[in-house]
Design a protein around this ligand. Sequence first.
Ligand code: F6P
Length: 551
Amino acid sequence: MTTPQPIQTIAPLRERKAWTALEEHAAKLRGIHLRQLFADDPERATRFTLEALGLYFDYSKNRIDGEAIALLLELAAQSGLRHHIDAMFEGKKINVTEKRSVLHVALRAPKGEKIFSDGVDVVPEVHAVLDKMADCADRIRSGDWKGHTGKRIRNIVSVGIGGSDLGPVMAYEALKYYSQRDMTFRFVSNVDGADFVEATRDLNAEETLFIICSKTFTTLETMTNAHTAREWALKTLGDEKAIARHFIAVSTNAAKVAEFGIDTANMFGFWDWVGGRYSMDSAIGLSTMIAVGPDHFREMLSGFHAMDEHFRATPFESNLPVIMGLLVVWYNAFFDAQTVAVLPYEQYLKRFPAYLQQLTMESNGKHVTLDGVEVDYQTGPIYWGEPGTNGQHSFYQLIHQGTKFIPCDFIGFVHALDPIGNHQDLLMANVFAQAEALAFGKTPEEVRAGGTPEWLVRHKTFEGNRPSNAILADRLTPELLGKLIALYEHSVFTQGVIWQIDSFDQWGVELGKVLAERIIPELALGSEPALKHDTSTNALIERYRRGKGAV
Ligand code: F6P
């Protein structure tokens, strides 16, 4: 087998000219406060704000100046970013270790556009599946799709994990405002039985449809939950024939779907060029489409597509995902930032940070370059977050006054979807205030001026100089959601290109899966084979067996 090659030979990161210049420039900027940067440049806010596709992206409260951005843009050029973007859109096998094209952009390409993988234009297939999904969603939403006993389907339970769950859950929550309210949507991911039990305890099987989402149709958690779902449904419905009306599969693996007992007529396909964490706008999003309807789903896809086009065609200096990705590289490399906090001031986006965790960390949590060489620099940061204002009353203390350096992304909207009184003004005042406090802080002099006794001054001082981006949009629509997700997808892409890693494989999840398969039979009482792990693992398994036996 031939060793796959990166699509372009790029000098190692530390040997790229812009990198050395950035190192030197960052050393200078580390000594300058944001207060100073703003004082020196009255135009700073406008200079470092981009507005495109209805997104106002203010990155002026970052520890950068014009030269830093110019050098980062040079780094992007020296890293072959343009070439890599083109390669992705051209269907080149940029997922080098899995020898696959990376074409989630094709999932949202309009009819008529041509995108090729292995010489085949994939856009017609994408639209054929979308049309089939729309037909299915319409039949379910209208009550035309009846369950085995003739009752209307009122409950959708989507079963999947990772990329086959996080996108659908996040999108359902994000677009709940647009959803069909006389239906119930539940999501089961964890192999912990509690997840299934709680999701189904109040549901009537006669009115429940399970969508089993798994790219491979082999994932332990999903297959276990799918079998449990089948037993649960059959307990009420009695008849194997009922499966056809109560189970749909979304997968790339038709053979396994048939083996499970789901009629492949009830299967929605997708393709190996769609990574799990990039799959929410493939058939994996069927639950989203049923919830919000095909029109809203298509609006979301057009938002994704608009950001794809922006990423592909906009010069890097005004390209939102490029600038956003470069800022992550900047802090990660030169400010020792280990994390990025994503702070949506929009309750409907409550699952957005959890969704981003897989997107960002499964993509860029890598320790070798595309050539298999150990990196000598930091790669993907830890993404985390919670909606505001809740986070302000838990972890913001550490962001403001702790010893960690945490760049933040604030996300807010001008209009609430559910306007009540002055809630939105209160919410947004907090976004602006938090970003302001982080950047500018409160000096000891200012604290003293408020009459604070000397012994308390240090405690009440905010050093500031803590960076953030602010992303402001009009309101959370399906289209806007698509743009927002694609913004982060392409930011992740940009980062991965600079670091020269494969952002589209996930070998790091394999070992744990293999070891778990080995341990499963060791936990069964009765057989209890001799244990050959390390002493700690042996002792844990033995303790578990003893506890289990005692019960
Ligand atoms: O956690 C690893 C992973 O392979 C993810 O990349 C993927 O999204 C998830 O498992 C689920 O896989 P599948 O859709 O094949 O069940």
